[in-house]
Design a protein around this ligand. Structure first.
Ligand code: HEC
Ligand code: HEC
Length: 437
């Protein structure tokens, strides 16, 4: 696999005809992200606790058919031929997802940064890897990633199989010198020996580590939100305020132009890349672009690209690092909006703390820069309208996370009330004038 494949990105365009029909409601909830969650390395819930929580979240997974509501043919198109979903592969991938021995100092697993109890993210601005190193990017959720057309916020990875191999060898994430070192860390473990044989009919190897984790990730389909019931015809599934927010989302606020939300595209992303003026706050794109071209010329490997994107200022160039196209400077993939309530903080750099602050960002038309997307301009939304859109966004969380979603709503609202300046009119403009600084 190489980055060029990610560029073309057409292989999985069939997504447009996914149809959601069935709705399964789960009547209980998982205690997550609360104070009594036992914490392990790097502030993540212990792997034991996460494993148990996952069992309660997904007591069974039926691999014999597409997830409820998804068209069988379309679902199959997301699964590479050499990695058909089997019970053995999913079970192996699930074990590997929580496996800290895959990191250089055995303190970090995928679940450290994509924590089951924190919306499958770490709820940190930027992630913490081995030796407490911090990168420049916010960890997106692993929920529903099976339905994305490219992986990583700049789309530099074409498949889940390929993506899963990258963090293991990234020096600030799991820090293994190479894939062979990861294999060496687990290949003498009798359980793994048997599990790899059963899943792939081969001894432990790096490619199959990526495959098994990808197979497991394909079971993380969490799309049963109140909004999904609303779309299916249950008007009262979401509050009147959220219904008002949905209208604004499609009209005055124009969110829908990049975040399509409908039965055939449930994620809320157009899978494209836009500069919405987040990174422009801190960086001189011109200088960075020059540096990037030089560095990528010297070492065009995908591993180098991964390192530059994660741990240098060049991170802010976004999609440009992959395409080297001027129009992609500062552009990132439109985020998934499903489950958005439980995955703060927001944006590729985790620089925005609450959904109210996200709304302030859009309302003032982003941060001006040469490469700003034409779809971003001041919206003149009132405070009430902002509350309505935020209410809508919180209606996009899967019912199984309802308790954490409620907790986040209260927490973010309290924080936003404290931090956002009081105004004497109801126009929500946050731009400070020079004399106020
Ligand atoms: C140290 C923290 C950390 C670890 C460990 C980690 N990730 Fe991530 N993950 C991130 C960050 C940060 C990003 C965003 C990077 C980017 O887009 O450049 C990310 C991105 C992803 C994405 C892409 C999601 C999207 O929306 O495109 C997937 C899938 C993913 N990780 C899965 C995994 C798997 C599987 C593992 C274990 C093999 C893992 N991660 C280990 C922090 C981590
Ligand atoms: C021009 C395209 C575009 C428009 C219009 C747009 N968005 Fe976005 N949105 C994006 C992109 C691209 C990102 C990711 C940016 C980043 O990570 O820096 C994003 C990120 C977000 C995030 C953060 C997601 C996360 O997990 O970090 C939220 C929430 C969001 N958008 C909501 C909205 C709402 C609400 C509206 C309407 C007011 C809107 N967007 C309008 C393209 C757009």
């Amino acid at each position: 696999m190489n980055v060029k494949k990610a560029l073309s990105g057409t292989r999985r365009r069939t997504i447009c005809s996914i149809t959601l029909i069935g709705i399964s409601l789960v009547s209980w909830n998982v205690a997550t992200a609360v104070d009594d969650v036992p914490k392990g390395d790097h502030g993540a819930a212990t792997m034991e606790y996460q494993t148990k929580t996952l069992e309660r979240l997904m007591p069974t997974v039926d691999l014999s058919r597409a997830p409820a509501g998804f068209d069988a043919v379309v679902w199959q198109a997301f699964i590479p031929q050499d990695n058909a979903l089997t019970r053995q592969r999913v079970a192996l991938g699930r074990k590997l997802y929580f496996e800290k021995r895959l990191s250089a100092d055995a303190t970090v697993s995928c679940a450290t940064c994509h924590d089951v109890t924190r919306g499958f993210t770490d709820q940190l601005a930027v992630s913490e890897g081995i030796r407490d190193q911090h990168g420049r990017r916010n960890a997106p959720t692993t929920l529903n990633v099976a339905l994305l057309q490219t992986l990583f916020l700049d789309g530099r990875s074409p498949t889940l199989e390929h993506q899963a191999q990258m963090p293991i060898i990234n020096p600030i994430e799991m820090g293994m010198p190479d894939g062979q070192a990861a294999v060496a860390a687990i290949q003498n473990d009798a359980e793994y020996k048997t599990a790899f044989q059963r899943a792939y009919g081969r001894p432990v190897n790096y490619e199959d580590i990526g495959r098994a984790i990808a197979a497991f990730e394909r079971t993380l389909i969490f799309v049963d939100s109140p909004f999904r019931r609303f779309l299916a015809g249950d008007e009262r599934a979401i509050s009147p305020e959220a219904r008002q927010g949905w209208v604004l989302f499609n009209q005055k606020a124009r969110c829908v132009s990049c975040h399509p939300m409908n039965t055939s595209n449930p994620l809320g992303t157009d899978n494209r890349f836009h500069n919405i003026g987040v990174s422009a706050r801190h960086h001189d794109f011109d200088v960075l672009a020059k540096q990037a071209l030089k560095a990528l010329n010297e070492d065009p490997s995908e591993q180098k690209l991964d390192e530059l994107a994660l741990s240098t200022d060049m991170s802010e160039l976004g999609r440009f690092m992959v395409t080297k196209r001027r129009s992609d400077i500062g552009a990132f993939r439109t985020s998934i909006l499903l489950n958005i309530g439980i995955t703060p903080p927001y944006m590729h750099d985790g620089s925005i703390e609450t959904l109210w602050d996200v709304m302030d960002h859009y309302n003032k038309g982003g941060e001006a820069n040469l490469f700003l997307d034409g779809g971003i301009e001041p919206l003149a939304l009132t405070e009430d309208q902002i509350d309505q859109i935020v209410a809508f966004l919180f209606a996009l969380t899967d019912e199984r996370f309802a308790v954490e979603n409620r907790r986040q709503f209260e927490r973010q609202r309290a924080q936003a009330r404290k931090k956002r300046p009081l105004r004497d009119n109801d126009m929500a403009f946050r731009l400070k004038l020079a004399f106020e600084q």
